[in-house]
Design a protein around this ligand. Structure first.
Ligand SMILES: Cc1cc2nc3c(=O)[nH]c(=O)nc-3n(C[C@H](O)[C@H](O)[C@H](O)COP(=O)(O)OP(=O)(O)OC[C@H]3O[C@@H](n4cnc5c(N)ncnc54)[C@H](O)[C@@H]3O)c2cc1C
Ligand SMILES: *[C@@H]1O[C@H](CO)[C@@H](O)[C@H](O)[C@H]1NC(C)=O
Ligand SMILES: *[C@@H]1O[C@H](CO)[C@@H](O)[C@H](O)[C@H]1NC(C)=O
Ligand SMILES: *[C@@H]1O[C@H](CO)[C@@H](O)[C@H](O)[C@H]1NC(C)=O
Ligand SMILES: *[C@@H]1O[C@H](CO)[C@@H](O)[C@H](O)[C@H]1NC(C)=O
Ligand SMILES: *[C@@H]1O[C@H](CO)[C@@H](O)[C@H](O)[C@H]1NC(C)=O
Ligand SMILES: *[C@@H]1O[C@H](CO)[C@@H](O)[C@H](O)[C@H]1NC(C)=O
Length: 631
């Protein structure tokens, strides 16, 4: 089918130009315009481009696009699990307006369990839209704007087993399609959607199997087993995993969310956890992955085979090295824990007392972390009403694992609480309680059945080191930066993640995980948003302010630390260094070796700099530089 249609004429630089100009005309018009520009570019830097052959993926209006019969053949090879996909809000818009269907889906639009299961949704709706192409389909968007497909995939292989994944991967490779892997769709960087793509949705792969003594495939006979472990399918979410483990009186190193996936982007990006200080990052506890690779083969990656892939999958980022079918992670006894729940309230109208309190709070983090504490805090300088008083709140929780003695925890919490009292008022609390099983502590922290999602958000973040906060002026400099970020925009609050230290810092595991994690004391995240009717130019201003002003204030504190790739700015500059530090070179080499044609490309993922932002056309070195200049 791949005859001499439009595609061959669009090879080489011409399609790169397409990517740069965001032209919306037909390919024919496009190729005509760009011949001239392309020729100039080629003149100026020699004729490198064409020699690499095929540079854009097959797109729906082209003759290379699979025929109805070919889609049906894929459908039968995956047992009828192929779906044609429209954005979830399509029933609320022309051309398929249907008032009652619209009401039914709109009612679920903030439910993360529902969003995870819908092929036409992800969790953050800005990644369903493609504003650069004027394609959006928001539940609450402009009334008379028709539903645009945006970055929502055109077809979804809603796979149930490894063979289905293999069939979908081979189909995408054969037809040169843009492939998107979606698990929960939580990605803050838009990695689980891609325009004009075939989606592999792993949501139905819910297997969970425990073993007392795990033996990796290929391990020498005489070698001891790895102890108790659980093997989880690609679609299991964290709440399901915690619940299954609790039934066996076990726990796992996983994140604090209901619907983030346990085997997808979370663990492949490193995966921080309230159990981190006790047992390391999620990826430090991964013992084996089964993966469908770029050739459509099912392979096992562990310490004994496909070691490069195993190294890359532990921190290298989701959607980049293959489709993970399952992962085996260590399990631990569901030990007792001491749970600290705190809220310090500064009476309204006194921001300077609030920032002093925030500074003092940060000066206690090292002591808490050194004593085994792990948890989260929320710096919320917006005035809010609590118990009839206007206050600014600093609240959060800490967990001390495998601990039964509340007085030991009081020893580190009491000095903090005493310091807090200098600036906080009535209504402040710091409760220390023992829970007989960590699973109860997790349940208490994870209230409800789902996460609340469905909004528009991008985040900014930075990891701050133990060394930085241990310097006498460290807590003040960090707090000044937070304050200055708040002053640069309306309504910004921060989540601090005290999820490293302890076993994360001590670990000697060699993996793709950013080395900065081993030095991290707190990982600070804040979100910014816009509305569904905000024009693109204003969205760009918000992105630029986040990148160049707000995140920059944290970045300059420690230029060598970086950001956590799963909770970072979607427009992060120099993302290779920021997400992986010195590990990037090796990651890039592994990527070239395992996936030379770039079948698996994730936004701001390893090797993504060789493609345009949509992952549709390859870019040469010259255009890569131009893209960087434009953004
Ligand atoms: C409410 C909330 C809470 C969070 N809590 C934590 C936390 O406690 N700790 C933490 O570390 N992070 C946390 N995160 C961030 C989270 O780790 C990332 O959003 C992560 O990308 C989610 O992975 P996913 O597979 O569920 O999502 P998706 O968006 O579906 O996928 C993310 C990336 O992984 C790829 N991917 C998914 N499945 C596979 C697969 N089977 N094989 C290959 N690639 C795959 C996708 O293509 C995409 O590139 C949280 C996020 C949210 C929204
Ligand atoms: C795939 O097959 C199933 C079962 O026959 C059918 O319901 C579904 O509509 C088909 N998908 C597509 C995209 O045609
Ligand atoms: C986007 O599309 C809508 C509806 O078709 C139209 O009214 C609007 O002018 C378009 N905006 C841009 C920037 O092209
Ligand atoms: C889990 O622990 C409880 C309480 O100690 C015990 O009654 C129960 O039998 C244990 N369950 C399993 C599966 O070991
Ligand atoms: C601490 O405990 C008291 C009494 O049980 C309760 O009223 C308060 O809400 C708790 N504080 C926090 C932050 O959980
Ligand atoms: C819990 O602590 C005890 C006492 O220090 C130790 O022996 C045990 O190994 C720890 N349990 C786990 C699962 O780490
Ligand atoms: C869902 O969230 C959006 C954005 O955060 C909000 O505007 C909307 O009112 C919410 N919808 C429902 C049904 O709760």
């Amino acid at each position: 089918m791949d005859g001499p249609g439009l595609l061959p004429r669009c090879r080489g630089r011409t399609c790169i130009i397409h990517g740069l100009l965001h032209l919306q005309s037909t390919m024919v018009a496009l190729c005509k315009i760009s011949v001239f520009v392309g020729a100039l570019a080629a003149l100026s830097q020699g004729l490198a481009a064409g020699s690499q052959g095929h540079r854009c993926r097959c797109r729906p209006h082209q003759p290379c696009w699979p025929s109805q019969d070919e889609w049906q053949a894929l459908n039968s090879s995956i047992d009828g699990n192929l779906a044609a996909v429209l954005p979830v809000a399509h029933a609320c818009k022309e051309p398929s307006l249907d008032a009652s269907a619209c009401l039914a889906s709109a009612a679920k639009s903030n439910d993360s369990v529902w969003r995870a299961a819908q092929p036409g949704a992800v969790q953050w709706t800005n990644w369903e839209a493609w504003p650069e192409h004027n394609q959006t389909c928001y539940f609450d968007g402009l009334e008379n704007m028709p539903c645009g497909q945006g970055r929502v995939s055109l077809f979804s292989a809603m796979v149930e087993k490894a063979e289905h994944i293999q069939a979908a991967v081979r189909f995408a490779a054969t037809h040169d399609l843009r492939l998107a892997i979606k698990n929960s769709g939580h990605c803050f960087l838009g990695r689980s959607t891609a325009p004009e793509s075939l989606q592999i949705s792993t949501n139905k792969m819910k297997s969970i199997a425990f073993t007392d003594q795990f033996r990796p495939v290929g391990a020498p006979r005489r070698q001891l087993g790895k102890g108790s472990a659980v093997t989880i399918g690609a679609g299991v979410d964290l709440k399901e995993l915690y619940a299954a483990a609790a039934k066996h009186n076990l726990t796992v190193v996983a994140g604090l969310s209901h619907t983030v996936g346990a085997a997808g982007g979370y663990i492949q990006g490193g995966g921080h956890s309230p159990l981190g200080n006790w047992k390391g990052m999620a990826s430090d506890n991964a013992l084996e992955f089964t993966v469908v690779n770029a050739n459509g083969k099912l392979v096992t990656a562990n310490d004994h085979q496909n070691q490069d892939l195993f190294w890359a999958l532990r921190g290298g980022g989701g959607g980049t090295f293959g489709v993970v079918v399952s992962v085996t992670v260590r399990t631990f006894p569901s030990v007792p824990a001491v749970f600290v729940d705190f809220g310090f309230a500064v009476p309204g109208g006194n921001p300077s007392a609030y920032w002093d309190l925030t500074r003092d709070f940060h000066s206690h983090l090292a002591a808490i972390s050194n004593a085994g504490g792990c948890g989260y805090y929320y710096v919320n300088p917006q005035l809010q009403e609590t118990n009839g008083m206007e206050v600014m709140l600093l609240s959060g929780m800490f967990l001390f694992l495998n601990e039964t003695q509340t007085d030991k925890v009081h020893k580190v919490m009491d000095p903090l609480a005493a310091d807090m009292r200098r600036n906080s008022g009535p209504g402040s609390t710091c409760n220390v309680t023992m829970v007989p099983q960590i699973s109860e502590g997790i349940d208490a922290a994870l209230k409800g059945d789902a996460d609340t999602t469905g909004g528009i958000v991008i985040v900014g973040s930075r990891m701050i080191s133990h060394d930085f906060l241990s310097k006498p002026d460290g807590p003040k400099r960090l707090t000044d930066a937070l304050k200055s970020i708040v002053e640069s925009a309306e309504a910004v609050g921060f989540t601090g993640h005290v999820v490293a230290g302890g076993a994360v810092a001590r670990s000697t595991i060699d993996s793709a995980l950013s080395p900065a994690w081993r030095r991290t004391m707190t990982h600070i995240v804040f979100g910014v948003d816009w509305t569904s009717t905000t024009p693109l130019a204003e969205q760009k201003e918000i992105r630029d302010r986040l990148t160049n002003v707000q995140v920059e204030k944290l970045r300059v504190l420690e230029p060598d630390m970086g950001a956590y790739l799963n909770e970072a700015n979607a427009y992060e500059e120099d993302f290779q260094k920021s997400f992986w530090g010195d590990n990037y070179q090796r990651l890039y080499e592994i990527k070239q070796k395992l996936d030379p044609t770039g079948l698996f490309i994730a936004r701001k993922g390893v090797g993504s700099e060789d493609w345009d932002d949509a992952g549709l056309c390859k870019v040469g070195q010259e255009s890569r530089r131009m893209l960087q200049m434009q953004s």
